[in-house]
Design a protein around this ligand. Structure first.
Ligand SMILES: [Zn+2]
Length: 339
């Protein structure tokens, strides 16, 4: 029998409670992404016909003791808090509603001193750029922005479209790999992302820990790294990239991380109940966040993933590859969060 493209499940099954199917990919370390996606995971539809994301939301609304989780957050923060003026945590983000919420509550509710770090969108939208500036201006944060060489980014993005039909890959690579390197250089041991991938269909066990799995942001060596679906060595040998062209897309190495054994990457969404609509209101009120006055292409939403012009193409290619468009993703979120 012919295998499926991208190693997706052969039989398509839709979840009984939301609108997603078992064709929705579960995040894999972006630097392992190849054309055949061998061994890639897809959202599990359980024997009762309900997907892992919906199962997680049942725990989120009915079982998890959020007061207890917040107490655990306070313990974690007191362990890492610095009172000498140094940064004590890092919040990667673009100034969208979730990173705005994360940085703001850590600084103003919990008294931390976060540094924010940004890997900018491939092509900023006007709204995205204004929200980014407002995040810093209105929210009041220090920020390190890493702007990669545009010529290299263009070439890699073109290659990732040709090889993987994945126009967003250079953004994802930067977004995921930048934070540990910045934290390392600024002597920060605590990184906070927003929501866990379990919110969107990753295996529920991922949410049993607040920590991001190291395999997502650390590499043992460069041999097994793929960018734009091409082996790192072949990008240099066959495509004439130089090593310094690619450095900003690479994950931190295990050797380097050995020197900083205390560095931890957490999801704030493990500790605080993550409700996208609530974060939106919070970001509007506290960080000057503005939704677009019109719907994003391919959906009814106006406030999620609005900072990169490539987002529209990203969701469209996702629809071509996996049969799930932007509206399906947004509707599923709203069903699960009962909006
Ligand atoms: Zn579901």
């Amino acid at each position: 029998m012919r295998s499926t493209l991208f190693s997706s499940p052969k039989k398509i099954i839709f979840c009984k409670t939301c609108v997603l199917s078992n064709q929705k990919p579960v995040t894999i370390p972006e630097f392992t992404h190849t054309k055949d996606r061998k061994g890639a995971l897809y959202t599990k539809i359980n024997s009762d016909g309900i997907c892992d994301a919906c199962k997680y939301h049942k725990l989120k609304y009915k079982t998890i003791n959020w007061k207890e989780r917040e107490k655990n957050l306070l313990k974690l923060l007191s362990k890492f808090r610095k009172n000498n003026g140094d940064y004590d945590c890092l919040v990667p983000g673009s100034g969208g509603k979730d990173s705005a919420f994360t940085a703001h509550v850590l600084k103003y509710k919990y008294g931390m001193n976060p540094l924010t770090a940004t890997w900018p969108p491939i092509l900023y939208t006007d709204y995205g750029y204004t929200n980014f500036k407002n995040w810093l201006d209105v929210g009041g944060f220090d920020n390190i922005t890493m702007k990669p060489n545009p010529e290299v980014q263009r070439k890699l993005t073109k290659l990732s479209i040709e090889n993987l039909l994945h126009p967003f890959q250079t953004f994802i690579l930067g977004q995921k790999n930048l934070a540990p390197k910045i934290a390392y250089n600024f002597n920060i041991d605590l990184i906070f992302y927003g929501e866990s991938e379990a919110e969107y269909g990753a295996p529920i066990k991922k949410n049993l820990s607040s920590l991001r799995d190291k395999s997502a942001y650390v590499a043992k060596n460069l041999k097994n790294i793929y960018l734009s679906g091409v082996k790192y060595q072949n990008l240099i040998k066959d495509y004439k990239f130089k090593k310094n062209d690619l450095i900003s897309y690479l994950p931190i190495t295990a050797n380097l991380l050995e020197k900083r054994k205390n560095l931890q990457v957490h999801y704030l969404g493990y500790y605080l109940k993550w409700i996208p609509q609530e974060n939106y209101y919070y970001a509007v009120e506290n960080c000057g966040f503005k939704a677009r006055p019109y719907r994003s292409q391919g959906t009814f939403q106006k406030f999620q993933s609005i900072d990169d012009k490539i987002d529209d193409l990203h969701y469209y290619t996702h629809f071509i590859k996996f049969g799930l468009g932007r509206t399906s993703h947004d509707v599923a979120k709203e069903i699960r969060n009962k909006i």
